[in-house]
Design a protein around this ligand. Sequence first.
Ligand code: ZN
Length: 220
Amino acid sequence: MGAKRPKVPSDLRRRVLIEAGHRCAIPTCRSTPVEIAHIVPWAKVRTHEFKNLIALCPTCHARFDDPHGAIDRTAMRQYKANLNPLLIAASVGMPEQIGLLAAYQEFRMRFSSWITSELEHAAMKRKRRSSPEVVEEIRLKSIDCFAWALGATLDFQRVWENYDASGLAGAIFFHVAEWSDELAESPLPLPKIIARRDIMEEISEASSELHLAVCEAVGF
Ligand SMILES: [Zn+2]
């Protein structure tokens, strides 16, 4: 006899909704209204846990539940990792978690600007008509972004000193550094490098692992 599925408790439901800003968590969608979806299906986990729940609109929810659908679980975990848990701590009154989550948020923002600027730089270098001044300007910007990401990693590791998340953040830093070296040195056209998905996948896996470690540590 299977146990009956209980409702998602209202405070947990509220946290999941706040995390996604009450909109569909898929960044290109962001529709309303939203439903609470299980990343690993309820039938398998038989529990409602923050780290496994995500807000989706009915259309994206149906696409995700469709076994032949285009959205797989790895992608869904990445969407979850892209959401902002700092919002929840601030709005449901978890003052002791705010410092930890603020360092995490800063880490994510700095990495996203670093990756964006490396891509911009690589694209600009490969354009035949880019002026050397513009390429140089973007190169300097990506060096700044690298330095900020390094600073954010060190800050993160100081604040998260006693947690596993600290080591994971360091690993992400090294993966991204490796990826950006490859981007800078490779003579291949940009789409070919981006199509080599191995490093990007490692980065994406490490970042969802980090997200789960953060959620666990702050008690979500
Ligand atoms: Zn949607």
